[in-house]
Write a protein that binds this ligand. Structure first.
Ligand code: PLP
Length: 371
């Protein structure tokens, strides 16, 4: 059996673009569209050439990101993937190993760039069901310091853990892993694409949560609602080296304050409303748990990502997603029998209710056919 992706996740045929307004789009929080306020700020943004460091809006965004994370400096990058790659490149040499969780974004969804471009081997470690690594699991995967073994250089953590269902690292765990990794001469990078969702779940601030890691990447373009852009933060020296690789990888942008203006609003305002997405995700999970054939533990849903199992419906994930897609509900297949729905600011409670209603209908219809 070949495994293809669901209709809603294929590269959209430009002649058949479905207006997103008609659909409840829960494929990802990347689909968020900028607010009117963001569009106004973009139109009014002061700009300059950012490769010369002359874009005042970008400089302001970088200053605020550094302040909010309690780090020395920050750098605006076009995408989260580029941000992660830059950080990996700064912290490693060709031939090194990078310890990461098996289901992590750097391992599965970045086109093997840490190998293809940074020249490193991912050392993928399976965490618990929650995708959260322990120091013990990491320590067991560190290569011995002997000249004929490739050397471990970096530990990458992911918070929230996307494919484990938006789970959250306890801050003490991040601190412990960082302290112990540093004691062995390893660096720690945090893929914090959704770190503000983790902060909302912990009711903590990102500066405290990331105080011990060497670098953080976070996305402005997901739940925070900016149209484009991610940030990396760390020490001044780290950011100076990161700026070189950003340019090398083609990420030096010019009058990009036009976009950074939306990023500033995303950074200052959007974290304050993420709990709404989390409440919608919990409501969605509770509803899904009531539908015979679908399996999820609602208590495991801590942020805005809902992953459930559909094996008992008689449909695989692609079939279920395709059936939902026809009814205006867009979800993502994440494994053969596993479907992901991500809540965000363009889907309110009414959209969640519609998604639950359509899920019920699709699953019941299938049962009718089978019976
Ligand atoms: C989305 C995501 C990224 C990459 O961000 P892009 O802007 O899509 O390149 C990295 N890590 C995680 C965990 C993500 O969810």
């Amino acid at each position: 059996m070949t495994y293809t992706v669901a209709k809603g996740n294929q590269l959209t045929d430009p002649d058949h673009v479905t207006p997103a307004d008609n659909a409840v789009d829960l494929r990802s929080d990347t689909v968020t569209r900028p607010s009117e306020e963001m569009r106004r700020a973009m139109a009014a943004a002061e700009v300059g050439d950012d490769v010369y460091g002359e874009d005042p809006t970008v400089n302001q965004l970088q200053k605020r990101a550094a302040e909010i994370f309690g780090k020395e400096a920050a750098l605006y990058v076009p995408t989260g993937c580029m941000g992660n790659l830059i950080c990996i490149k700064v912290w490693t040499h060709h031939g090194n190993e990078v310890i990461c969780e098996d289901r992590s974004h750097v391992n599965l969804y970045e086109l093997a760039s840490m190998s293809a471009i940074a020249g490193c081997m991912p050392r993928a470690v399976r965490g618990g069901a929650d995708g959260i690594l322990t120091w013990g699991q990491i320590e067991a995967s560190i290569r011995p310091k002997i000249y004929y073994d490739s050397q471990t250089a970096l530990v990458c953590l992911e918070n929230t853990s996307n494919m484990a269902g938006g789970t959250v690292y306890p801050t003490e765990r991040v601190d412990e892993i960082s302290d112990r990794a540093h004691a062995l001469g390893l660096k720690v990078h945090l893929d914090g694409a959704r770190i503000f969702n983790a902060a909302a779940a912990l009711n903590d601030n990102v500066a405290n949560m990331t105080k011990k890691v060497d670098s953080v990447m976070f996305c402005l373009s997901k739940g925070l609602g900016a149209p484009i852009g991610s940030m990396i933060v760390g020490s001044k020296e780290f950011i100076e080296r990161a700026r070189v690789y950003r340019k090398m990888f083609g990420g030096g942008m010019r009058q990009v304050g036009v976009v950074a203006a939306a990023g500033l609003l995303a950074l200052e305002k959007s974290p304050l409303r993420l709990h709404e997405d989390h409440e919608n995700a919990r409501h969605l999970a509770l509803g899904i748990a009531q539908i015979p054939g679908l399996k999820i533990d609602p208590a495991s849903v801590k942020t805005n990502i809902v992953i459930f199992d559909c094996a008992a419906t008689g449909m695989n994930a692609v079939e279920l997603c395709d059936a939902l897609y026809e009814r205006g509900i867009w979800a993502q297949d994440t494994a053969f029998y596993s479907v992901r729905m991500v809540t965000h600011w363009n889907v309110g409670r009414a959209g969640i209710e519609r998604a639950l209603q359509e899920l019920k209908t699709v699953v019941q219809r299938k049962k009718g056919q089978v019976a």
